[in-house]
Design a protein around this ligand. Sequence first.
Ligand code: AMP
Length: 456
Amino acid sequence: MRIYNTLTKTKEEFVPREDKKVKMFICGPTVYDYIHIGNARTFVFFDVVAKYLRHSGYNLEYIQNITDIDNKIIERAQKENVNSLEYAKKYTKIFKEDMKALGVTSPEYKNATDHIPEVVKQVQTLLDKGNAYVIENDGIYFDLSTFPDYGKLSGRTANMADDAVSRIDDSDKKRNRSDFALWKFSQEGDPSWPASFGDGRPGWHIEDTAITEKYFGPQYDLHGAGQDLIFPHHEAEIAQQESASGLKPFVKYWMHTGFLINKEKKMSKSLGNFLSLNEALKSYSPETIRFYFLSAHYRSPLDFSEEILKQSEAAVMRINEFRHKLNLLTSQVKNIDPKETAEILQKVREAMNDDFNTPEAIGTFFELIRQTNQKLENGQMAMTELTKIIDFFDKVLGIIPKSITFPPEIQTLIDQRELARESMDFTIADQLRSQIESLGYQIDDTIYGPLVKKKK
Ligand code: AMP
């Protein structure tokens, strides 16, 4: 399996640090609002990476953090006059429900506020080693002059206008311009935790390395997020962990997803050009949303458009019809040709093994649907092998609709029509067909039985 590594800027053979064991960490959301579908793109992609690694026989530990202490959370909570930790709890719950609804089931979530002792320990280590310093009445900062490797992931060392730089890193007393906060001392109204170097709360970057050091140790295999987090967030993580442990590399493979773009700009909460996942799930099925994300390569930008979402919906509908047809056929398929379908599954795996090329994998699946639709007519396909392929796209990519269901009134009409046909009452059967068609569905009577689909 080959993975594009942001650290080396090349596709590399994936060799975990320990045999088939993989430790993977992905940056999760800051829970001050509903997440948008740009965030969801990143989370769905890494859900597929996790599921594919497990499917390929790796023993994967996958952790995602939840940032439940942050300036934005505190500001929003103050505006609404509620406790900021309670406020974060509310959006953590919503986030987890939305993820579940979208079929993102692979990560184990860890809250920042459940790991304050680990944060304090790491800050203390950095102070003891001379990598951190105190600014009175402000906080503890990382001294970047002690870490010459800063910039090795992104290839740059200075902030740029579009970097997500937190305001908590602002101070005119810093030793170096890009030094970042590890710890902020207590301020009135802010949540605060005890520490021997002064009560306060964690900086932006330290929660991730505190969490991963606890569960994975000082070095691990795979770290990912959206591209916006390469600099300074991931650079800061490298500086913290490699300085604290003295071991390199902190992470072997770094993966970053391209942005979901709306009106030529990165979809983001601060720009206000976003669609929340919660809203999107009211209009589109989870399979449609996942299909939309996965039909583009994860490192490419993806345009937000209702039109592409509609196309994804139509594609998922085609998969649904295909499955429906297969269900009708299960007992009827005669000649078995497992070789051909095994080759298709092999092609799908090759695409996934080449830096998780989901659009190519999906393309191969649709090629199969096209070919099979013809072959099913004369019963030339192997049912068991086909089931394996469908299972793969269900379990790993999550783009197969859960069940073939019609609205109850349509299902009743379909059943009544079948009864009429069985008792040779064709006039009634035809009337029922017209009724079904007038409601936006069409029926094809195949040699295997009636195939019902939504009209295009
Ligand atoms: P945040 O809550 O802003 O820290 O974002 C959570 C995750 O979503 C991070 O991995 C970000 O890199 C990712 N992300 C944020 N905006 C986008 C976007 N427009 N497209 C893709 N990923 C994004």
